[in-house]
Design a protein. Structure first.
Length: 72
């Protein structure tokens, strides 16, 4: 059986900084899967930072790209 473990929330300001970095990288390397994911998020939110993917789940754990950067 797999136990549920608590995942530490990402502080909002840290998540925003990580997201901004990912978005900047996506503009340079636009042909990657991560860039397409980021572009889709931008389209869905209308560019509103308050609606970004990392804010959609409890603990700011909603965006896979931000989670991967935070875990490094």
């Amino acid at each position: 059986m797999i136990e549920n473990t608590m995942v530490k929330p990402i502080p909002v300001e840290v998540a925003r900084q990580l997201c901004d970095g990912i978005r900047a990288e996506a503009e340079i390397h636009w042909d990657t899967v991560a860039a397409r994911w980021c572009w889709k998020c931008q389209q869905e939110t209308g560019g509103d930072p308050a609606k970004r993917g990392f804010l959609r789940a409890p603990g700011n754990r909603g965006c896979y790209l931000v989670n991967m950067q935070f875990g490094q």
